[in-house]
Design a protein around this ligand. Structure first.
Ligand code: NAD
Length: 317
C-alpha cells in the first residue's frame, strides 16, 4: 500500500481507502458480520482512511461502522463523515448551522468516537451554495474549534460546485465521485485549481458505483443507458479475456499520484482483500488501452445531479 499526503492536512492517507456506504446496504442487503470483517481486513491490509455519512442506509452505515471500530485504537485510522444529506429527495437536505452542528454530535455517538478527522458537506449541488459558504462551513469551523472534527470538506458530483466554493472560501478537502475512473476522467481538469489552493483531493467510486464490475449495477444507478451499455461491453471484453474489469478499473484510479486517495466501497472481505492486493500489482497497459477504446464513445459523459444552476457543461465534456 502506498501513502500520499492529503493536501495541507497532517494526514498521510493510503492511496486506497474504504468507503463505508455498503455497510448501510446501499447496493444490496449486506450481512453485518461480513461488513464488520471487511472493515477489519481493510485496516489490516494497510487502509487508513474511512469515509461514511449519516445518509448511507439512513444512519445504518455509521452504526455498523461504529461497531466495527469498537476496540480499534483511534490512532489506526482517519475517519470522515458528512452533514446535510439525510435522504434521497430534495426535501431531505438541511445545511442550516443548527442541523449540521447537531448532526455531528449524532454521528460521533453512532460511530463511538470523540472526533472525526474530516467533516464534509454532503452533495452540495443540492444546496444553495451561498448558504454552504456563509452558514454551513462557518458552523463546521466552530465544530473544529470544539475539537469534534479536524478539517472541513465538501462533496458532490458536478465539478462546478467545487470551483464555485473554492473561489470564495478556504476548504481543506474535496470528495469527488465517479469523475476519475475508466469511463470518466473529468476530475483531471480541476486538479490545477485544487493544487493551487492546496486542497486535499479524495476521489470516490473507482468502479463507477458498480458500472465497472461483473455484477449488474444497482437499479438506482443514475447512469444513462449509453454509459451502462458501454461499461457492460467493456466488462464483457475483460471477462472474455479471462480478466476482471474491477481490477483494471481500480488500478487505473489509483495510478494518478495527484489524487491522494481513492475510496472503494464493499461489504465483502474477499473484495477488499483483492482490492488491496491489486493496489500493489502492475497495471496491464494493453488491457487498459483496449478497454479505454471501448469506453471512448462515452468518456466523461455524466448525469445531472442536484440543482440545475449547480450543473454545468463548462467543465464536463
Ligand atoms: P465503487 O465504485 O467503490 O463501487 C462499489 C461497488 O463495487 C459495490 O457494489 C461493491 O460490491 C463493488 N466492488 C467493490 N470491490 C469489488 C471487487 N473487488 N470486485 C467486484 N466488485 C467490487 O462505488 P461507491 O461504493 O459508491 O464509492 C466508494 C465510497 O466513496 C462510498 O462507499 C462512499 O464512502 C464514497 N462516496 C461518496 C459520495 C459522496 O460523498 N457524494 C458519493 C459516492 C461515493
Amino acid at each position: 500500500m502506498h501513502y500520499r499526503q492529503l493536501g495541507q492536512t497532517d494526514m498521510q492517507v493510503s492511496c486506497l481507502s474504504y468507503g463505508a456506504s455498503p455497510l448501510g446496504s446501499v447496493f444490496r442487503s449486506v450481512n453485518e458480520d461480513a461488513g464488520i470483517r471487511t472493515v477489519h481486513v481493510a485496516l489490516d491490509l494497510g487502509v487508513n482512511f474511512i469515509d461514511v455519512s449519516p445518509y448511507y442506509g439512513l444512519t445504518k452505515a455509521e452504526t455498523v461502522l461504529g461497531k466495527a471500530l469498537q476496540g480499534v485504537p483511534r490512532t489506526r485510522y482517519f475517519l470522515a463523515t458528512k452533514v446535510g444529506r439525510y435522504g434521497p429527495n430534495m426535501g431531505d437536505f438541511d445545511f442550516s448551522a443548527a442541523r449540521v452542528t447537531r448532526s455531528v454530535d449524532e454521528s460521533l455517538a453512532r460511530l463511538g468516537v470523540s472526533y472525526v478527522d474530516i467533516i464534509q458537506c454532503h452533495d452540495i449541488e443540492f444546496a444553495d451554495l451561498h448558504q454552504i459558504i456563509h452558514e454551513t462551513i462557518p458552523a463546521l469551523r466552530k465544530v473544529v474549534q470544539a475539537g469534534k472534527a479536524r478539517y472541513v470538506g465538501i462533496t458532490g458530483l458536478p465539478l462546478k460546485v467545487f470551483s464555485d466554493v473554492i473561489e470564495k472560501t478556504a476548504i481543506d478537502t474535496i470528495l469527488s465521485y465517479c469523475r476519475y475512473s475508466l469511463n470518466d476522467t473529468a476530475l483531471e481538469r480541476l486538479l490545477p485549481l485544487l493544487e493551487a489552493r492546496h486542497v486535499g483531493i479524495i476521489s470516490a467510486s473507482p468502479l463507477s458505483m458498480g458500472l465497472l464490475a461483473d455484477r449488474e449495477p444497482p437499479a438506482w444507478h443514475p447512469a444513462t443507458p449509453d454509459i451502462r451499455a458501454a461499461c457492460g461491453k467493456a466488462a464483457a471484453f475483460c471477462r472474455g479475456n479471462g480478466k476482471d474489469i474491477a481490477k483494471i478499473a481500480l488500478q487505473f484510479a489509483l495510478a494518478n499520484p495527484r489524487i491522494a486517495t481513492t475510496l472503494v466501497g464493499t461489504a465483502n472481505p474477499e473484495n477488499i482483500t483483492n482490492n488491496c492486493k491489486w493496489a500493489d500489482e502492475p497495471l496491464d497497459q494493453q488491457l487498459l488501452a483496449d478497454v479505454q477504446k471501448i469506453l471512448a464513445p462515452i468518456l466523461n459523459q455524466t448525469w445531472p445531479s442536484g440543482r440545475p444552476e449547480n450543473n454545468e457543461s463548462a467543465i464536463t465534456a
